[in-house]
Design a protein around this ligand. Structure first.
Ligand code: AMP
Length: 117
């Protein structure tokens, strides 16, 4: 997909701090970490988000890699938060499906915040 920063990262055209790679997915550290460990997992194939006909196999591949990547980042034991910002209301800012893995510190309780009614 043209002009997709995560496609460019997957193709090696834009540098990233790679954590894990196989034929289908890439994991790399977030450029603006929100926790001591903040790693993104992306499919190499472009899907805009989880509602983009991703399919069970690809979803399984992406999410199935999360525990392994958490292990590589050293947060499997202590725990970590897994987040997908999916679409406009979730404030997804990069239009290429990605899973956030956040860890390395105790997270605030709760997971949903509202800006209004
Ligand atoms: P989201 O708001 O869920 O779409 O998250 C997008 C994430 O991508 C943000 O946490 C950004 O900091 C991160 N990000 C954007 N560009 C890059 C990049 N070139 N390398 C690594 N992370 C990036």
């Amino acid at each position: 997909m043209d002009n997709c920063i995560f496609c460019m990262i997957a193709e090696g055209k834009v540098p990233s701090r790679k954590v894990y790679e196989d034929d289908d997915i890439l994991a790399f550290d977030d450029i603006a970490p929100q926790a001591p460990i903040h790693t993104l997992v992306i499919p190499k194939k472009h899907y805009s988000n989880m509602s983009d006909d991703v399919g069970l196999v690809a979803l399984g591949t992406i999410f199935g890699a999360v525990p392994k990547i958490a292990e590589l980042k050293g947060v499997a034991q202590g725990g970590y938060r897994v987040i997908v910002n999916n679409g406009i209301d979730a404030n997804q800012t990069v239009g290429h499906l990605h899973v956030h893995i956040l860890g390395g510190r105790k997270m605030a309780q709760g997971m949903v915040t509202f800006d209004g009614e």
